[in-house]
Design a protein around this ligand. Structure first.
Ligand code: GDP
Ligand code: ZN
Length: 296
């Protein structure tokens, strides 16, 4: 029977199937293959009448993350706040690079729009220019939450973003029926990656799943070191869009003359903030490469 792993804990995997939730063990062959079943994996199980079973086969993954340990993520919901705390574009930009690198769709949610701010529109615009979906919401007022909800239907989503931006509050809005459980979940979201090792996928009323653990909240650049510096622009969709017409074929879009990307920034087709992040991440990747070379 086919199912999806929603949680793994102490060697047991909870697999949701059309017949209900099965408590499964993994066959030994996975250990031999060094394949650890992850939440988000789709699998075939042999099912017993007492709702236990064995995972027999794990289907090929679309992607897999170590922290949090989860596979087949469709969407990363990057949450920031309009204010309190101030949005950190560089963090949003790093997270979206990580997402795009793994074939995950980044979606930006600007929460706390009930607070007075002046740059919310500008931030929203800069990510819309990048081609990302942007939702402006207020978890406290329940505004805009339905849009996120519709967007999550049928997908596996993870939340990401700094602490204090309102991830748990949004989750509480999304899952009002799970009051009791959501309490635990909020706690877990709060504790973040430091104490939470396992991930549970929570089924959404509209279909699809949300991971109960925020991913990548205190992301360090080290996590994107496997992005080649020269390839970085590919993970900035709007930069990639303008990169084909630079004077130099190997233009890195930093200081080269005749750079069409710089022109697009000057003409306002690429947001300055995004371009600044590109340059910042580019130079950080450079430092890491140098540092790695020293070690070798
Ligand atoms: P998390 O760390 O990302 O999970 O953030 P929380 O959900 O714990 O929220 C952090 C703080 O922001 C709490 O005090 C919330 O009450 C507050 N908060 C969350 N959403 C909103 C909102 O839409 N508007 C305002 N004004 N405050 C909010
Ligand atoms: Zn260029």
């Amino acid at each position: 029977m086919k199912g999806i792993i929603t949680k793994g804990i102490g060697g047991f995997y909870y697999v949701e199937t059309k017949e209900g939730m099965y408590e499964c063990k993994a066959r030994g062959l996975f250990r031999k293959q060094k394949l650890t079943p992850l939440a988000g994996d789709t699998c075939n199980i042999s099912a017993m009448p007492d709702m236990t079973g064995y995972i027999e086969e794990i289907f090929e993954r679309k992607n897999a993350f170590v922290r949090p340990p989860i596979a087949n993520v469709d969407q990363m919901i990057i949450v920031c706040a309009a204010a309190a705390p101030q949005p950190l574009p560089i963090l949003i930009d790093k997270l979206s690079v990580v997402a795009l690198k793994e074939g995950v769709e980044p979606t930006v949610v600007i929460n706390k729009i009930d607070l007075k701010t002046d740059n919310t529109d500008e931030i929203a615009k800069s990510y819309r220019k990048a081609g990302f979906k942007v939702y402006t919401v207020s978890a406290i007022k329940g505004e805009g939450i339905d849009l996120i909800k519709n967007d999550m239907a049928g997908k596996i989503s993870v939340f990401a973003g700094c602490s204090g931006v309102g991830k748990s509050s949004i989750l509480n809005c999304l899952l009002p029926d799970l009051n009791q459980k959501t309490g635990d979940v909020s706690e877990k979201i709060k504790r973040g990656k430091h104490t939470t090792r396992e991930v549970s996928l929570i089924k959404l009323p509209e279909g699809g799943y949300i991971a109960d653990t925020p991913g990548f909240s205190e992301l360090e650049i080290a996590e994107i070191t496997d992005v080649e510096k020269e390839q970085l622009f590919e993970y900035f969709p709007e930069i990639e869009k303008y990169s084909g017409e630079c004077n130099f074929r190997d233009c890195r879009h930093i200081n080269e003359p005749g750079c069409n990307v710089k022109k697009a920034v000057e003409e306002g087709n690429i947001s300055l903030s995004r371009y600044e992040s590109y340059k910042e991440i580019f130079s950080q990747l450079g430092e890491i490469n140098k540092w790695e070379k020293k070690l070798k």
